[in-house]
Design a protein around this ligand. Structure first.
Ligand code: FES
Length: 106
């Protein structure tokens, strides 16, 4: 699928993400090195650190937030209405066209 990720320097990257590797958005950001090692995915995708927070700017229909994700975002910094945790967004065909901006490093 094609998605767009704006990094923390404001640079927009057009990415082709695989849907057959059970990857989530945080892992895509890491594999394309769109954020320095150690600044994203710190908890390993457990919805426990918010380092993978991003702002969703497309009207893509995302899966509902889980309780863990909601709880983490309720105590994270720089949270906006369109905040989600990248590690909780799986790369599925439905995510085609997704556009996100990475939240500032927390
Ligand atoms: Fe820690 Fe997503 S990687 S909350």
């Amino acid at each position: 699928i094609n998605i767009k990720i704006t990094d923390r320097d404001g640079v927009k990257h057009e990415i082709v993400a695989p849907t057959d590797m059970a990857m989530n958005l945080m892992e895509v950001v890491r594999s394309y090195e769109l954020a320095p090692e150690g600044t994203i995915g710190i908890c390993g995708g457990m919805a426990m650190c918010a380092s993978c927070q991003c702002y969703v700017t497309s009207d893509t229909e995302l899966p509902e937030m889980g309780d863990d994700e909601e709880a983490m975002l309720s105590e994270a910094f720089d949270v906006k209405e369109n905040s989600r945790l990248g590690c909780q967004i799986q790369m599925t065909p439905e995510m085609e066209g997704l556009e996100v901006e990475l939240a500032p490093e927390s």
